[in-house]
Write a protein that binds this ligand. Structure first.
Ligand SMILES: Cc1cc2nc3c(=O)[nH]c(=O)nc-3n(C[C@H](O)[C@H](O)[C@H](O)COP(=O)(O)OP(=O)(O)OC[C@H]3O[C@@H](n4cnc5c(N)ncnc54)[C@H](O)[C@@H]3O)c2cc1C
Length: 415
């Protein structure tokens, strides 16, 4: 493995040669993808460099500090599908699915949760029935983030209702644009529609697009969830990026639109030390910085940011890892979100009640953060579920009692 200094130097010289503000997003991602820098933690046979998270963080920091546009890392294809496929799929599937993710040509969504199966994900009812060399899929998914701009979905469906619930599930790469698939956006209290309901009525997927083998979907889905928690809980500098896929409408735009943006549209930095500093500046300007309660809450937030940073550093050291890092990181992130909400609204005072551009100090960014803040403690597995996992899998406490383990899925009581 190269050292951090070697990675930085090598990437710096590659960027000197290749970064060009006159490129479109599509051209830049095409240039970046074959180098391995677009997703360094992927194995070499999947377009990555096989590096650990420590060296991937060096790549992120270098790109962020150089103010160049990053890879299509905001997409669930990059974040979840590529590493899952890299870990479980055949080489043929890797060659089919991963390159268009790294070049940002396609967008992916995660078709896991159902109206009756969220925390109890293995209780899912969406079914897949074999028909020749295809599977016929029927069921409903919900809370599907980015479903309206996705070309492909990571779909888990029941392929054997006679098996116990964890053992009769398979994982598919599922085409979204086909007859029988209806995507309906759900508007959240932020006013935006991040996620969707997806109705699937006798849609089809090739047997060749099953990832990880028949009835092995629970193990594959757990890899996706592990990558999700690790990524949601990770701290550190990241370069700016854009929504991948043709429906994301960024591919033909100039990279300059997405580089050099330290602050998000409302003039407020994204969650992290920069936003904390921004709150301190606002409170200093308004005079609220002398309020002892606000000062106490600011320091609590500062401590949370530092603990998360140190936790991320520890997770990079194989000798210090316990296996609990993704769950702890995710719990930290949801706690930080809530604390950013509390501090942000306190800094704004009564203005915090104003919505959108009518809020004069941050143009509505704090309001948006506040209304979104319940989300992180739910998605990727709720806080309670993270604690259950820590208790059962890490601390070895007894599992929750229940008949689920050995009983065929079809005989279990349903929601
Ligand atoms: C912003 C956002 C984006 C999302 N994006 C996606 C996506 O792209 N794809 C996708 O598939 N899903 C997505 N989800 C769905 C998310 O994964 C589920 O909402 C989550 O797993 C919880 O499931 P549920 O909503 O059915 O709640 P439930 O499972 O019904 O839980 C309700 C409450 O009961 C508690 N609870 C349940 N079981 C236990 C237990 N055994 N022990 C202790 N407490 C328990 C929970 O913690 C929670 O407080 C998203 C959710 C949000 C908020």
């Amino acid at each position: 493995m190269p050292s951090a200094e070697e990675v930085r130097a090598e990437l710096e010289s590659w960027l000197d040669e290749n970064w060009d503000e006159s490129l479109t997003v599509e051209q830049w991602w095409e240039r970046l993808a074959p180098t391995g820098y677009a997703h360094p933690t992927l194995p070499g046979n999947a377009g990555g460099k096989g590096w650990g998270r420590d060296l991937a963080a060096v790549v992120n920091t270098t790109m962020a500090e150089r103010e160049v546009m990053g890879p299509p890392s905001s997409g669930l294809g990059w974040m979840l599908a590529a590493p899952t496929i890299g870990a479980h799929a055949t080489q043929e599937q890797i060659d089919q699915f991963i390159p268009p993710i790294l070049t940002g040509q396609v967008g992916w969504c995660q078709l896991f949760s159902e109206p009756g199966a969220g925390s109890d994900l293995a209780g899912l009812a969406c079914k897949a029935e074999k028909d020749g060399d295809e599977w016929v899929i029927s069921g409903q998914k919900v809370w599907t983030s980015g479903g309206q701009v996705a070309d492909w979905g990571m779909l888990i469906a029941r392929t054997d209702p006679d098996a116990p619930k964890h053992k009769g599930i398979s994982y598919f790469a599922f085409e979204m644009d086909q007859p029988g698939v209806t995507v309906r956006p759900l508007t959240e209290m932020t006013g935006r529609a991040l996620f969707n309901e997806v109705f699937i009525d006798e849609a089809r997927v090739l047997d060749a697009n099953m990832i990880g083998g028949l009835n092995n979907g629970w193990a594959v889905a757990n890899s996706t969830l592990m990558f999700e928690r690790a990524s949601l809980g990770s701290a550190g500098k990241k370069p700016q990026t854009a929504t991948p896929g043709k429906k994301g409408k960024a591919l033909q735009r100039p990279v300059a639109d997405f580089a050099k943006k330290e602050r998000s549209e409302g003039g407020v930095p994204s969650l992290g030390p920069g936003l904390w500093q921004h709150y301190v500046e606002l409170a200093t300007k308004s005079g609220r910085i002398t309020d002892p309660v606000l000062r106490q809450e600011l320091i609590k937030l500062y401590s949370l940011i530092e603990i998360n940073r140190l936790g991320t550093l520890r997770a990079k050291d194989p000798n210090q890892r316990t296996g609990a890092e993704p769950n702890i990181g995710k719990l930290h992130m949801s706690e930080m979100f809530r604390q950013f909400r509390e501090v942000g609204l306190t800094v704004l005072g009564a203005d915090g009640m104003l919505w959108g551009k009518s809020e004069p100090t941050t143009g509505g960014s704090v309001g948006e953060l506040a209304t979104f803040s319940p989300g992180p403690s739910i998605y990727g597995g709720t806080d309670e579920i993270q604690r259950n996992i820590l208790g059962e899998r890490i601390l070895g406490l007894p599992r929750e009692p229940g008949p689920d383990k050995g009983t065929p899925f079809k005989d279990l009581p349903k929601n």
